[in-house]
Ligand binder design. Structure first.
Ligand code: C5P
Length: 389
Protein backbone atom coordinates (compact mmCIF):
# COMPACT_ATOMS: atom_id res chain seq x y z
CA UNK A 1 0.00 0.00 0.00
CA UNK A 2 0.99 3.63 -0.40
CA UNK A 3 0.85 5.07 3.12
CA UNK A 4 1.34 8.65 4.31
CA UNK A 5 2.52 8.82 7.92
CA UNK A 6 1.35 12.15 9.31
CA UNK A 7 3.22 13.44 12.34
CA UNK A 8 1.87 16.17 14.61
CA UNK A 9 3.51 18.03 17.49
CA UNK A 10 3.59 15.72 20.48
CA UNK A 11 6.48 14.05 22.28
CA UNK A 12 5.41 10.65 20.87
CA UNK A 13 6.65 11.99 17.51
CA UNK A 14 10.00 10.47 18.46
CA UNK A 15 8.39 7.05 17.74
CA UNK A 16 7.26 8.02 14.22
CA UNK A 17 10.55 7.06 12.49
CA UNK A 18 10.25 3.59 14.04
CA UNK A 19 6.69 3.29 12.67
CA UNK A 20 7.91 4.36 9.22
CA UNK A 21 10.74 1.81 9.37
CA UNK A 22 8.32 -1.02 10.27
CA UNK A 23 5.93 -0.06 7.46
CA UNK A 24 8.75 0.08 4.89
CA UNK A 25 9.99 -3.31 6.15
CA UNK A 26 6.46 -4.73 5.72
CA UNK A 27 6.66 -3.79 2.02
CA UNK A 28 4.67 -0.53 2.05
CA UNK A 29 5.65 2.60 0.17
CA UNK A 30 5.74 5.39 2.78
CA UNK A 31 5.78 9.19 2.59
CA UNK A 32 5.85 11.41 5.67
CA UNK A 33 3.87 14.61 6.23
CA UNK A 34 4.71 16.65 9.32
CA UNK A 35 3.40 19.79 10.96
CA UNK A 36 5.75 22.60 11.94
CA UNK A 37 5.36 21.63 15.62
CA UNK A 38 6.18 17.98 14.85
CA UNK A 39 9.53 19.12 13.48
CA UNK A 40 10.37 20.41 16.99
CA UNK A 41 10.41 16.75 18.10
CA UNK A 42 11.74 14.86 15.07
CA UNK A 43 13.88 16.09 12.21
CA UNK A 44 13.17 16.36 8.52
CA UNK A 45 16.40 14.48 7.76
CA UNK A 46 15.35 11.52 9.94
CA UNK A 47 11.90 11.27 8.32
CA UNK A 48 13.26 11.64 4.77
CA UNK A 49 15.94 9.03 5.43
CA UNK A 50 13.65 6.35 6.89
CA UNK A 51 10.87 6.92 4.32
CA UNK A 52 13.25 7.45 1.35
CA UNK A 53 10.93 10.23 0.12
CA UNK A 54 10.93 14.03 0.50
CA UNK A 55 8.91 15.22 3.49
CA UNK A 56 5.55 16.88 2.78
CA UNK A 57 5.35 19.84 5.16
CA UNK A 58 4.91 22.94 3.05
CA UNK A 59 1.55 23.57 1.34
CA UNK A 60 3.12 25.68 -1.39
CA UNK A 61 6.55 24.11 -1.98
CA UNK A 62 5.63 22.67 -5.39
CA UNK A 63 2.59 24.80 -6.30
CA UNK A 64 -0.72 24.95 -4.50
CA UNK A 65 -2.12 21.48 -5.25
CA UNK A 66 0.37 19.03 -3.76
CA UNK A 67 -2.19 17.94 -1.10
CA UNK A 68 -4.34 16.64 -3.98
CA UNK A 69 -1.49 14.78 -5.66
CA UNK A 70 -0.46 13.29 -2.28
CA UNK A 71 -4.10 12.27 -1.71
CA UNK A 72 -4.20 10.62 -5.16
CA UNK A 73 -1.00 8.75 -4.34
CA UNK A 74 -2.06 7.62 -0.87
CA UNK A 75 -4.14 4.55 -0.10
CA UNK A 76 -4.29 5.74 3.50
CA UNK A 77 -2.99 8.34 5.95
CA UNK A 78 -1.91 7.25 9.44
CA UNK A 79 -1.47 10.13 11.87
CA UNK A 80 0.90 9.13 14.68
CA UNK A 81 0.94 10.90 17.01
CA UNK A 82 -2.40 12.66 16.53
CA UNK A 83 -2.62 15.58 18.95
CA UNK A 84 -5.81 17.10 20.40
CA UNK A 85 -5.26 20.02 18.02
CA UNK A 86 -5.01 17.78 14.93
CA UNK A 87 -8.13 15.81 15.97
CA UNK A 88 -10.08 19.01 16.64
CA UNK A 89 -9.08 20.55 13.32
CA UNK A 90 -10.10 17.46 11.33
CA UNK A 91 -13.45 17.22 13.18
CA UNK A 92 -14.09 20.86 12.23
CA UNK A 93 -12.82 20.63 8.65
CA UNK A 94 -9.99 23.08 9.27
CA UNK A 95 -7.20 22.94 6.70
CA UNK A 96 -4.46 25.44 7.54
CA UNK A 97 -1.21 23.57 6.89
CA UNK A 98 0.07 20.77 4.65
CA UNK A 99 -1.03 17.82 6.83
CA UNK A 100 -4.44 19.19 7.90
CA UNK A 101 -5.21 20.10 4.27
CA UNK A 102 -4.31 16.57 3.15
CA UNK A 103 -6.50 15.11 5.92
CA UNK A 104 -9.51 17.21 4.92
CA UNK A 105 -9.02 16.11 1.28
CA UNK A 106 -8.82 12.41 2.23
CA UNK A 107 -11.93 10.14 2.47
CA UNK A 108 -12.47 9.56 6.23
CA UNK A 109 -12.37 5.76 5.82
CA UNK A 110 -8.78 6.04 4.65
CA UNK A 111 -7.57 7.79 7.81
CA UNK A 112 -6.17 6.05 10.89
CA UNK A 113 -5.41 8.18 13.96
CA UNK A 114 -3.13 7.19 16.82
CA UNK A 115 -4.00 9.83 19.45
CA UNK A 116 -1.34 10.77 21.99
CA UNK A 117 -1.67 13.40 24.69
CA UNK A 118 -1.86 14.04 28.43
CA UNK A 119 -4.80 12.20 30.15
CA UNK A 120 -6.54 15.43 31.07
CA UNK A 121 -6.46 16.53 27.45
CA UNK A 122 -7.63 13.10 26.20
CA UNK A 123 -10.57 13.12 28.64
CA UNK A 124 -11.55 16.67 27.75
CA UNK A 125 -15.18 16.53 26.54
CA UNK A 126 -14.35 18.44 23.34
CA UNK A 127 -11.62 15.96 22.44
CA UNK A 128 -13.90 12.99 23.22
CA UNK A 129 -16.70 14.50 21.15
CA UNK A 130 -14.32 15.17 18.24
CA UNK A 131 -13.03 11.59 18.30
CA UNK A 132 -16.61 10.27 18.29
CA UNK A 133 -17.55 12.58 15.42
CA UNK A 134 -14.58 11.37 13.38
CA UNK A 135 -15.32 7.70 14.13
CA UNK A 136 -18.92 8.29 13.01
CA UNK A 137 -17.55 9.47 9.66
CA UNK A 138 -15.52 6.28 9.28
CA UNK A 139 -12.14 7.47 10.61
CA UNK A 140 -10.35 4.61 12.44
CA UNK A 141 -8.43 5.06 15.66
CA UNK A 142 -5.84 2.96 17.48
CA UNK A 143 -5.11 3.63 21.15
CA UNK A 144 -4.37 5.59 23.19
CA UNK A 145 -3.12 3.18 25.83
CA UNK A 146 -2.92 3.74 29.59
CA UNK A 147 0.47 4.13 31.18
CA UNK A 148 3.33 6.47 31.93
CA UNK A 149 3.12 9.81 30.17
CA UNK A 150 5.92 12.20 29.25
CA UNK A 151 4.67 14.82 31.71
CA UNK A 152 5.46 12.45 34.61
CA UNK A 153 1.88 11.37 35.30
CA UNK A 154 0.12 8.17 34.39
CA UNK A 155 -3.25 7.52 32.69
CA UNK A 156 -4.85 7.17 29.28
CA UNK A 157 -3.03 9.08 26.55
CA UNK A 158 0.03 7.07 25.53
CA UNK A 159 0.32 6.58 21.81
CA UNK A 160 -0.19 2.97 20.67
CA UNK A 161 3.18 1.30 20.06
CA UNK A 162 4.40 1.40 16.43
CA UNK A 163 3.94 -2.37 16.11
CA UNK A 164 0.28 -2.08 17.25
CA UNK A 165 -0.27 0.68 14.69
CA UNK A 166 1.16 -1.58 11.97
CA UNK A 167 -1.19 -4.37 13.14
CA UNK A 168 -4.16 -1.97 13.09
CA UNK A 169 -3.30 -1.16 9.47
CA UNK A 170 -3.18 -4.80 8.42
CA UNK A 171 -6.10 -6.06 10.59
CA UNK A 172 -9.36 -4.65 9.54
CA UNK A 173 -8.45 -1.26 8.14
CA UNK A 174 -9.43 -1.21 4.45
CA UNK A 175 -11.09 -4.64 4.59
CA UNK A 176 -11.41 -4.82 0.80
CA UNK A 177 -7.78 -3.93 0.02
CA UNK A 178 -6.53 -5.79 -3.08
CA UNK A 179 -10.08 -6.83 -4.06
CA UNK A 180 -11.63 -5.80 -7.38
CA UNK A 181 -15.39 -5.14 -7.48
CA UNK A 182 -17.74 -4.46 -10.37
CA UNK A 183 -20.65 -2.00 -10.09
CA UNK A 184 -23.29 -1.18 -12.70
CA UNK A 185 -25.11 2.13 -12.40
CA UNK A 186 -27.58 4.47 -14.07
CA UNK A 187 -30.14 3.90 -16.81
CA UNK A 188 -29.57 2.49 -20.27
CA UNK A 189 -30.62 4.27 -23.45
CA UNK A 190 -32.06 2.10 -26.19
CA UNK A 191 -31.82 3.81 -29.52
CA UNK A 192 -34.96 4.27 -31.66
CA UNK A 193 -33.30 6.38 -34.34
CA UNK A 194 -30.44 8.86 -34.62
CA UNK A 195 -32.11 11.38 -32.24
CA UNK A 196 -34.46 9.36 -29.97
CA UNK A 197 -34.14 6.67 -27.38
CA UNK A 198 -36.06 4.73 -24.73
CA UNK A 199 -34.65 5.48 -21.29
CA UNK A 200 -35.75 5.69 -17.64
CA UNK A 201 -35.51 8.04 -14.65
CA UNK A 202 -32.49 6.39 -12.97
CA UNK A 203 -29.94 9.04 -11.95
CA UNK A 204 -27.04 6.66 -11.20
CA UNK A 205 -26.72 8.13 -7.67
CA UNK A 206 -27.04 4.79 -5.87
CA UNK A 207 -24.48 3.05 -8.11
CA UNK A 208 -21.98 5.93 -7.84
CA UNK A 209 -22.37 5.90 -4.04
CA UNK A 210 -21.73 2.13 -4.06
CA UNK A 211 -18.57 2.56 -6.14
CA UNK A 212 -17.37 5.21 -3.68
CA UNK A 213 -18.19 3.04 -0.61
CA UNK A 214 -16.31 0.07 -2.10
CA UNK A 215 -13.31 2.27 -2.93
CA UNK A 216 -13.44 3.76 0.58
CA UNK A 217 -13.18 0.21 1.97
CA UNK A 218 -10.04 -0.30 -0.10
CA UNK A 219 -11.38 -2.01 -3.24
CA UNK A 220 -10.42 -1.36 -6.85
CA UNK A 221 -13.73 -0.61 -8.56
CA UNK A 222 -14.85 -1.10 -12.15
CA UNK A 223 -17.88 1.19 -12.52
CA UNK A 224 -19.91 0.49 -15.66
CA UNK A 225 -22.44 3.27 -16.00
CA UNK A 226 -25.19 4.16 -18.41
CA UNK A 227 -25.72 7.81 -19.41
CA UNK A 228 -25.78 10.07 -16.34
CA UNK A 229 -24.90 13.64 -15.54
CA UNK A 230 -22.89 12.46 -12.51
CA UNK A 231 -19.13 12.48 -12.38
CA UNK A 232 -16.99 10.70 -9.87
CA UNK A 233 -14.51 12.82 -7.94
CA UNK A 234 -11.04 11.92 -9.22
CA UNK A 235 -10.34 8.60 -7.58
CA UNK A 236 -7.61 6.36 -8.89
CA UNK A 237 -9.41 3.36 -7.33
CA UNK A 238 -12.52 3.76 -9.53
CA UNK A 239 -12.29 3.00 -13.26
CA UNK A 240 -15.31 4.45 -15.00
CA UNK A 241 -16.60 2.68 -18.15
CA UNK A 242 -19.30 4.76 -19.82
CA UNK A 243 -21.78 2.81 -21.97
CA UNK A 244 -25.15 3.61 -23.49
CA UNK A 245 -27.26 0.52 -24.20
CA UNK A 246 -28.03 -2.67 -22.27
CA UNK A 247 -26.04 -4.68 -24.79
CA UNK A 248 -22.97 -2.45 -24.30
CA UNK A 249 -23.38 -2.74 -20.51
CA UNK A 250 -23.71 -6.51 -20.85
CA UNK A 251 -20.50 -6.72 -22.93
CA UNK A 252 -18.51 -4.55 -20.47
CA UNK A 253 -19.82 -6.32 -17.34
CA UNK A 254 -19.27 -9.86 -18.63
CA UNK A 255 -15.72 -8.97 -19.73
CA UNK A 256 -14.83 -7.46 -16.32
CA UNK A 257 -16.62 -9.90 -13.97
CA UNK A 258 -14.11 -12.82 -14.16
CA UNK A 259 -11.37 -10.57 -12.65
CA UNK A 260 -13.65 -9.37 -9.83
CA UNK A 261 -14.19 -10.63 -6.28
CA UNK A 262 -17.80 -9.51 -6.51
CA UNK A 263 -20.35 -7.40 -8.34
CA UNK A 264 -23.20 -5.12 -7.30
CA UNK A 265 -25.60 -4.48 -10.15
CA UNK A 266 -27.66 -1.40 -9.40
CA UNK A 267 -28.25 -0.22 -12.99
CA UNK A 268 -31.82 0.23 -14.18
CA UNK A 269 -31.36 -1.75 -17.37
CA UNK A 270 -34.04 -1.51 -20.05
CA UNK A 271 -35.71 -4.89 -20.42
CA UNK A 272 -36.48 -4.25 -24.12
CA UNK A 273 -34.98 -2.35 -27.04
CA UNK A 274 -36.44 -1.41 -30.41
CA UNK A 275 -36.06 -4.31 -32.88
CA UNK A 276 -34.87 -1.88 -35.55
CA UNK A 277 -32.68 1.14 -34.79
CA UNK A 278 -32.75 3.65 -37.62
CA UNK A 279 -29.52 5.54 -38.32
CA UNK A 280 -31.53 8.57 -39.52
CA UNK A 281 -34.38 10.56 -37.93
CA UNK A 282 -37.68 8.71 -38.48
CA UNK A 283 -40.41 10.75 -40.16
CA UNK A 284 -43.88 11.30 -38.72
CA UNK A 285 -46.16 8.52 -39.87
CA UNK A 286 -49.50 10.35 -39.87
CA UNK A 287 -52.78 9.90 -38.01
CA UNK A 288 -52.75 6.15 -37.70
CA UNK A 289 -49.73 6.40 -35.36
CA UNK A 290 -46.69 4.17 -35.43
CA UNK A 291 -45.81 0.84 -33.88
CA UNK A 292 -42.43 0.17 -32.36
CA UNK A 293 -41.55 -3.50 -32.13
CA UNK A 294 -39.42 -4.27 -29.07
CA UNK A 295 -37.13 -7.24 -28.47
CA UNK A 296 -35.77 -8.42 -25.14
CA UNK A 297 -32.37 -7.29 -23.87
CA UNK A 298 -29.90 -9.70 -22.28
CA UNK A 299 -30.24 -9.94 -18.48
CA UNK A 300 -26.80 -8.92 -17.21
CA UNK A 301 -27.45 -10.06 -13.64
CA UNK A 302 -28.66 -13.49 -14.73
CA UNK A 303 -25.65 -13.85 -17.08
CA UNK A 304 -23.24 -13.08 -14.22
CA UNK A 305 -25.22 -15.48 -11.98
CA UNK A 306 -24.45 -18.20 -14.52
CA UNK A 307 -20.75 -17.27 -14.66
CA UNK A 308 -20.27 -16.90 -10.89
CA UNK A 309 -17.66 -19.04 -9.11
CA UNK A 310 -17.80 -20.05 -5.42
CA UNK A 311 -15.34 -17.31 -4.47
CA UNK A 312 -17.40 -14.50 -6.05
CA UNK A 313 -20.27 -12.54 -4.48
CA UNK A 314 -23.12 -11.32 -6.65
CA UNK A 315 -25.60 -8.67 -5.53
CA UNK A 316 -28.67 -7.53 -7.44
CA UNK A 317 -31.31 -4.88 -6.88
CA UNK A 318 -35.06 -5.30 -7.03
CA UNK A 319 -37.79 -2.74 -7.45
CA UNK A 320 -41.13 -4.41 -6.78
CA UNK A 321 -44.61 -2.98 -6.49
CA UNK A 322 -46.40 -5.96 -4.96
CA UNK A 323 -45.45 -9.09 -2.97
CA UNK A 324 -42.08 -7.34 -2.64
CA UNK A 325 -40.25 -9.73 -0.32
CA UNK A 326 -41.61 -12.84 -1.99
CA UNK A 327 -40.68 -11.63 -5.49
CA UNK A 328 -37.25 -10.45 -4.38
CA UNK A 329 -36.57 -13.88 -2.80
CA UNK A 330 -37.63 -15.62 -6.02
CA UNK A 331 -35.32 -13.37 -8.05
CA UNK A 332 -32.42 -14.05 -5.68
CA UNK A 333 -32.77 -17.81 -6.23
CA UNK A 334 -33.55 -17.66 -9.95
CA UNK A 335 -30.57 -15.43 -10.83
CA UNK A 336 -28.16 -17.30 -8.47
CA UNK A 337 -27.44 -14.24 -6.30
CA UNK A 338 -25.88 -14.00 -2.85
CA UNK A 339 -27.83 -10.88 -1.89
CA UNK A 340 -30.66 -8.83 -3.30
CA UNK A 341 -31.34 -5.22 -2.29
CA UNK A 342 -35.03 -4.44 -2.30
CA UNK A 343 -35.75 -0.77 -3.00
CA UNK A 344 -38.72 0.63 -1.21
CA UNK A 345 -41.36 2.21 -3.41
CA UNK A 346 -43.72 2.90 -0.53
CA UNK A 347 -41.58 5.48 1.28
CA UNK A 348 -41.31 9.10 0.33
CA UNK A 349 -37.67 10.04 -0.24
CA UNK A 350 -36.69 6.61 -1.57
CA UNK A 351 -36.01 5.51 -5.15
CA UNK A 352 -35.18 7.27 -8.43
CA UNK A 353 -33.46 10.64 -8.58
CA UNK A 354 -33.53 11.59 -4.88
CA UNK A 355 -30.51 11.64 -2.54
CA UNK A 356 -32.03 9.29 0.05
CA UNK A 357 -33.10 5.68 -0.02
CA UNK A 358 -34.57 2.95 2.17
CA UNK A 359 -33.77 -0.66 1.42
CA UNK A 360 -34.10 -4.23 2.68
CA UNK A 361 -31.09 -6.45 2.08
CA UNK A 362 -32.06 -10.11 1.65
CA UNK A 363 -29.37 -12.75 1.85
CA UNK A 364 -29.21 -16.17 0.26
CA UNK A 365 -29.28 -17.74 3.76
CA UNK A 366 -32.73 -16.23 4.36
CA UNK A 367 -31.72 -13.32 6.67
CA UNK A 368 -33.15 -9.82 6.11
CA UNK A 369 -31.74 -6.43 7.11
CA UNK A 370 -33.98 -3.38 6.80
CA UNK A 371 -32.47 0.11 6.71
CA UNK A 372 -34.14 3.32 7.88
CA UNK A 373 -34.45 6.19 5.37
CA UNK A 374 -30.82 7.29 4.97
CA UNK A 375 -28.65 9.16 2.48
CA UNK A 376 -27.64 7.02 -0.52
CA UNK A 377 -24.07 7.34 0.75
CA UNK A 378 -25.05 5.73 4.07
CA UNK A 379 -27.17 3.08 2.33
CA UNK A 380 -24.16 2.28 0.12
CA UNK A 381 -21.93 1.88 3.16
CA UNK A 382 -24.49 -0.44 4.80
CA UNK A 383 -24.75 -2.56 1.64
CA UNK A 384 -20.95 -2.82 1.34
CA UNK A 385 -20.56 -3.73 5.03
CA UNK A 386 -23.27 -6.41 4.65
CA UNK A 387 -22.17 -8.04 1.41
CA UNK A 388 -18.39 -7.66 1.85
CA UNK A 389 -17.77 -7.84 5.59
O1 C5P B 1 -35.45 -8.75 -13.07
P1 C5P B 1 -35.27 -7.32 -12.67
O2 C5P B 1 -35.07 -6.40 -13.84
O3 C5P B 1 -36.31 -6.81 -11.72
O4 C5P B 1 -33.92 -7.32 -11.82
C1 C5P B 1 -33.31 -6.15 -11.36
C2 C5P B 1 -31.86 -6.42 -11.18
O5 C5P B 1 -31.34 -7.01 -12.37
C3 C5P B 1 -31.01 -5.18 -10.96
O6 C5P B 1 -29.92 -5.55 -10.15
C4 C5P B 1 -30.56 -4.83 -12.38
O7 C5P B 1 -29.34 -4.09 -12.36
C5 C5P B 1 -30.38 -6.19 -13.00
N1 C5P B 1 -30.68 -6.27 -14.44
C6 C5P B 1 -29.64 -6.55 -15.31
N2 C5P B 1 -29.91 -6.69 -16.66
C7 C5P B 1 -31.14 -6.55 -17.12
C8 C5P B 1 -32.21 -6.27 -16.25
C9 C5P B 1 -31.94 -6.11 -14.90
O8 C5P B 1 -28.50 -6.64 -14.87
N3 C5P B 1 -31.37 -6.68 -18.43
Amino acid sequence: MNIVVGITGGIAAYKAPELVRLLVKAGHEVRCAATEHALQFVTRVTLETVSQHPLYSDLFATGGTEHISVREWADMVVVAPATANCIGKLASGIADDALSTLLVAMPPERILLAPAMNSGMWLNPAVQRNVQTLQGWGVCTVGPAEGELACGTSGPGRMAEPVEIVNAISNGHLPLAAQRWLVTAGPTYEKIDSVRFIGNYSSGKMGFALAQALADAGAEVELVTGPTALSISTNKHINVHRVESAREMHAAATALFPQCRGAILSAAVADYRPAEQADHKLKKQGDEGMTLRLVQNPDILATLGGMKTDSQTLVGFALETDHELENAEKKLAKKNLDYIVLNSLRDEGAGFGVDTNKVTILSRDGSHCESPLMSKKEVARLIVETVAP
